[in-house]
Design a protein around this ligand. Sequence first.
Ligand SMILES: Cc1cc2nc3c(=O)[nH]c(=O)nc-3n(C[C@H](O)[C@H](O)[C@H](O)COP(=O)(O)O)c2cc1C
Length: 388
Amino acid sequence: MPVITTIDDLKRIYRRRVPKMFYDYCESGSWTEQTFRENTSDFDQIRLRQRVAVDMDGRTTASQMIGDDVAMPVALAPVGMTGMQHADGEILACRAAQKFGVPYTLSTMSICSIEDVAENVEKPFWFQLYAIKDEDYLRRVIERAKAAKCSALVITLDLQILGQRHKDLKNGLSAPPKMTVPTMLNLATKWGWGLEMLQTKRRFFGNIVGHAKGVSDPSSLMSWTAENFDPTLNWDKIAKIKEMWGGKVILKGVLDVEDARMAAKVGADAIVVSNHGGRQLDGALSSIRMLRPIVDEVGDQVEIHLDSGIRSGQDVLKAVAMGAKGVWIGRAYIYGLGAMGEKGVTRALEVIHKELDVSMALCGRKDANTLDREVLLVPEGFEGRWQA
Ligand SMILES: Cc1cc2nc3c(=O)[nH]c(=O)nc-3n(C[C@H](O)[C@H](O)[C@H](O)COP(=O)(O)O)c2cc1C
């Protein structure tokens, strides 16, 4: 096993192992990818305050997210088509998360179905819902998530229509991949991935095929999204979905102070400050820039999480110190999964955990729950002086 010390190490192995179509699907932002790039580069602008002569014995990263105990304040974000990054990907990622002691979120657009994941893991997981036009499907999928004992419903708000990622169109992204000449040539170099994929039956959108009606091409994420996602989603509908669910609800994809106010009013258990990893509105500000204004506005009313751009434990520390109760990672664990399956996800979590623990200590803190803005050096005007 190669020595893996960073998330980037996993990304390099991932890139070699997984077909181009799925690597590109993961490693893209929408249009010019400005927001995608700034999600990570804006974290780099924040620096940390080194402190010395502070007792750093007996440190802990343990915390809570929506009242659940977590080994560190990090959850695995919902990622569509995870089962195409590695055979049985959703089950493997969920197992790694549960063994590590952090939450896993299953996407509506997963390859393994809700029931399949529930049968193959030990503990409840969170389920992410896209608002779908077909009310019958919406009700049934919520009932299925309840029956599978999912412990929170994550409603994604920033994808009523799909942001354009050029490479997905050029590559003809689908699950399973369609056998065009370029795809076949590429797959010939990815035999490890292919052999594992041949041994699993999980190669289709498990929550859709056999569950949804009137899908013109059930293998295409693009056509399914365009035909079925509800473009009329509004706060009343969100409140209704929340009522249908009846359990804990997390609203994901809030990037604006006014929307954060509305989300708090609806009574969400948490909101995720997120721009979908730079995959939706290109030109939107990075999540880390929007975190402080949102925390200052509604931090006393609703638990606030952040995602988009987390690639290290230091990024976790920065977001938590700025006021997030926890963060979610997307690509960081997908790199691990694509590189080496469950072990790779575990490695990604270990890398992040170690970076968080050591950075915390060198900032003079022993407990992740005591991180606050005092440990950060944020450049003046970090949030920017933008005018509406
Ligand atoms: C390949 C890919 C697929 C995604 N699919 C979904 C999805 O199905 N549902 C959802 O709510 N978010 C989805 N997201 C967004 C993630 O949940 C998360 O917001 C994002 O990855 C965070 O940014 P990061 O990758 O920089 O950590 C996806 C992200 C990626 C990279």
